[in-house]
Design a binder for this molecule. Sequence first.
Ligand code: GLY
Ligand code: MN
Ligand code: MN
Length: 442
Amino acid sequence: MSDLTTLFREHLAKRQAEAEESLARTGFSALVISSGSAHTYFADDQDAPFRAVPHFTYWCPMAGPHHVVVARPGKKPRLIRYAPEDFWYEQVPLSELWGGTPFWLEGFDLVEAGSLDAVWEAVGAQPGGAYIGSETDRAEAAGLTANPDKLTKHLDWLRSTKTPYEIACLEEATRLGALGHKAAKEAFLAGASELEIHQAFVRAVGSVDADLPYGTIVALNEKGSILHYEGKRPNVRKGAVLLLDAGAKHLGYGSDITRTHAAPHCDERFADLITGMEKLQQQLCAAVKPGLHYGAFHQSAHTRVAELLKESGILKTSAEEAVEKGWSRAFFPHGLGHHLGIQVHDVAGKQVGPDGEYAAPPPEHPFLRTTRVIEEGQVFTVEPGLYFIPMLLKPLRENGAAPAFDWKLIDALTPFGGIRIEDNLVVTKDGSRNLTREKLPH
Ligand code: GLY
Ligand code: MN
Ligand code: MN
């Protein structure tokens, strides 16, 4: 594996070549991307934790607001670093921030700007230029076209194929996330609360909450059936089941990892379901290869989940019938996965062409976030789930589907919540690499 400097050099050369292609395709002369401004809470003087505009991170991993990249055909990209003199917030020289010269700096002509006016002065006149980012007032005042749709879609399309530099970032985000998962599992098995498990996770990752790619989902027992459970109960200990969905970030790229663990005192029937889901998830991962349609892949997951429901005695009729009649969706209501990169639900999952051509998910699977054909270089999650969600089970219990299920068993398993197992895969020429299992086998 080459070092990050070399990988970034290649990544940036690709960004430049592809920006030239995007500009030519859409008729613009220059691409100006800013890292954006912070969001200030309503009627307050505090800002939300800052997240850079992803298009900016795609060019440069430097953190913080108001920086700008200017890319023009045939010219080295200009990087304008916003570095005001300020006594309210810490301002540190670049080399101090990065512990030496940042590995990515050689790729840019750097301009340091002490004010927003100086930043935009350094952008200069770019007649016919396009701007991507959130500082649209500034951009329009500079005569740029802000966030033109066709160009944005083309850039999104390019982002859905990852470079070796991006894979290296995701690998490191995975390694850190795996450290967190191991520590969290240990805490869970020692009887820790959701809050303590969360703390064990962030401590092991070595991060503050705001720098995680998304808020951790730390669900003990029945809370596992809430897909995006955000609570951190401090007073519930010695859980029977932990569903932990948590990742880490590196240079702007995030991992998205879920594991479901059973404690020794968990109902054996639920523990067996976890084992079944683990096997099923690995079979799904093994099926990933270029040419497979993600929609068909999602459908195959439903068949496997229905088969598991059948094997476990929850379902009394055939797996085919449960899929055909949509009953499996009550147990597995979300999409099988999504693109992953700078954004956790990364761009272009439903874009099927370079100019924004769109493929909607089938009406029966509205939450599917990826409707594309799987291709080499894509990175996405594979995250089948099986949950006991009272709200979704109620209609089954009350309509003609009722005789097809063992409700006594369902009621006995409902207090254990749900199961999700989530890995991050990079698609190779003839299969895939499971980034997560390399660092977190179980
Ligand atoms: N962590 C959110 C998701 O898995 O999509
Ligand atoms: Mn996910
Ligand atoms: Mn997740």
